[in-house]
Design a binder for this molecule. Structure first.
Ligand code: HPA
Ligand code: ZN
Length: 326
């Protein structure tokens, strides 16, 4: 008989993960109780019934509403610790964690509270969980550039331990070009640059993110497949695309997982990785994304190894750390 090779969890880097999207229903209720906040749901089942989304905005409405339970540094730390514990089990060995400081600042939570709460746990993530981490401050593209600049100034003034900036929230109608000054300022400050583009928005937003914002990486990017010239450019420049298959299904960016362009993207030679985006909302962490992909596509071991290697090469980790993980 052939030797059975035990299924091994591939070490991967998670590059597209919103820490606020890791708030599990149980933790939402626990934090609400701890902080004396009344939730508009009678219980877990009633909350879970809301996890049926029709598009990006229908998800964002619930995602922002649930953030009300995050009040103290301890709340942000508990959420971060829960993610790292689960990510370690998924095979994640390096994580680049986005947070949305504006979504907290705008409801009266000081920048120090949210940043220090998350960062205090990230500081020891490698020792505690075997996961090296870095923090990405994402900015909400449906708010003004002035608001983003004010918060970036605040983060720089407090010397927040952020490695990069990103751009998220409602995409259509909020093109990358709206944030040219924000990205110029972040680049000047020595920060790495990424942006969501081509999730619900058109391929032209990906081109704007590259040409006007100067990003090194594109979050999502699936809509590049509508533009063959753009695909060729992304392949030639090895631009990383942090793809989130289960997110795309749950937010109806694709009809079903079987319709997802990931295999076509791999075949085109694009530098794609598999990520979970908002795992508490979309039905799975990185390992769940790989498992469900494996059920509908014939991903070879070679494809899986390539996806894993792409994630590590595409990270903002040091060359030394990348070499350890490869
Ligand atoms: N897209 C845009 N904004 C977001 C997302 C997303 O999938 N998750 C959290 N903020
Ligand atoms: Zn995202």
């Amino acid at each position: 008989a052939e030797l059975e090779v035990p299924a091994r969890i591939l070490p991967v880097a998670e590059l597209h993960l919103h820490i606020e999207g890791t708030l599990q229903p149980e933790l939402i209720f626990a934090l609400a109780e701890r902080n004396g906040i009344a939730l508009p749901y009678a219980g877990l089942d009633e909350l879970r019934e809301r996890y049926e989304f029709t598009d990006l905005q229908s998800f964002l409405d619930l995602y922002y509403a649930n953030m009300a339970v995050l009040q103290t540094e301890q709340d942000f730390a508990d959420m971060t610790r829960a993610y790292l514990e689960r990510a370690a089990a998924a095979g994640v060995r390096h994580a680049e964690i986005m947070m949305d400081p504006q979504a907290h600042f705008s409801r009266g939570i000081p920048l120090e509270t949210c940043v220090n709460g998350v960062a205090s746990v990230l500081a020891t993530s490698q020792e505690e969980f075997g996961i090296s981490t870095l923090l990405i401050s994402a900015f909400l593209r449906d708010l003004s550039e002035e608001s983003a600049l004010e918060v970036l100034d605040g983060l720089l003034a407090m010397n927040a331990p952020i490695a990069a900036i990103g751009l998220d929230s409602a995409e259509v109608g909020n093109p990358p070009s709206k944030f040219e000054r924000l990205y110029a300022k972040a680049r000047e400050a020595g920060l790495r640059l990424t942006a969501h583009a081509g999730e619900e928005g058109p391929a032209s937003y990906i081109i704007e993110a590259l040409d006007i914002l100067g990003v090194e990486r594109i979050d999502h990017g699936i809509r590049c497949m509508d533009d063959p010239d753009l695909v060729e450019r992304l392949v030639d420049a090895r631009i990383p695309l942090t793809v989130c298959p289960l997110s795309n299904v749950r937010l109806r960016a694709v009809d079903t997982l079987a319709d997802h362009p990931l295999p076509a993207m791999l075949a085109a030679g694009l530098n794609v990785s598999v990520n979970s985006d908002d795992p508490a909302y979309f039905g799975g962490y990185v390992d769940d994304n790989f498992a469900q992909l494996g059920l509908v596509f014939e991903l070879s071991d070679f494809d899986k190894a390539r996806l894993a290697a792409n994630s590590i090469h595409s990270s903002f980790a040091s060359e030394e750390r990348k070499a350890e993980l490869l």
